[in-house]
Design a protein around this ligand. Sequence first.
Ligand SMILES: Nc1ccn([C@@H]2O[C@H](COP(=O)(O)O)[C@@H](O)[C@H]2O)c(=O)n1
Ligand code: CDI
Length: 160
Amino acid sequence: MIRVGQGFDVHQLVEGRPCIIGGVQIPYEKGLLGHSDADVLLHAITDAILGALGRGDIGTHFPDTDPAFKDADSVKLLEEVWRFAGEAGYRLGNIDATIIAQKPKMAAYIPEMVKVIAHTLDASPDQINVKATTTEQLGFTGRGEGIAAQSVVCLMKDAR
Ligand SMILES: Nc1ccn([C@@H]2O[C@H](COP(=O)(O)O)[C@@H](O)[C@H]2O)c(=O)n1
Ligand SMILES: C[C@@]1(CO)OP(=O)(O)OP(=O)(O)OC[C@H]1O
């Protein structure tokens, strides 16, 4: 059986926060604001997995009102959701994701993001594709007010 899911997330860029995307801290004058570490890419991937599993969304499992998730490491949230997939008998087909950011430049950090994601999902890096695009200075991403990410995930399990 094949199941697909998609995820989308946005976080505001502000001063005084680290810029953590795909589990990698990127040197930049601003960082992403959120209850957790605000890792917009991992949140989009986590939501895509939950979508494929039919298990709701990230906020259902990790409410932003719960102090337990204050400054949470989003790698741990992804890890926990990946446990749900394993328990349901799924393995990863592939992930394709896009970071939507005018700045900072992501390209140099993408191989490390792929490594982190593959390691967290017990997968091979060739199952994970991460891309980045600007919005040509248009909209909130183009003005540098925030960063968005979207992801598609394909999960597979053998028919019984
Ligand atoms: N934050 C970003 C945005 C884009 N890139 C890379 O630049 C290429 C061109 O971006 P366009 O928005 O002009 O299509 C894109 O394909 C990415 O490789 C980036 O590294 N970081
Ligand atoms: C991850 C959670 C929980 O700490 O908080 P945020 O970092 O604000 O992120 P968001 O993308 O709004 O997702 C759901 C939240 O419940």
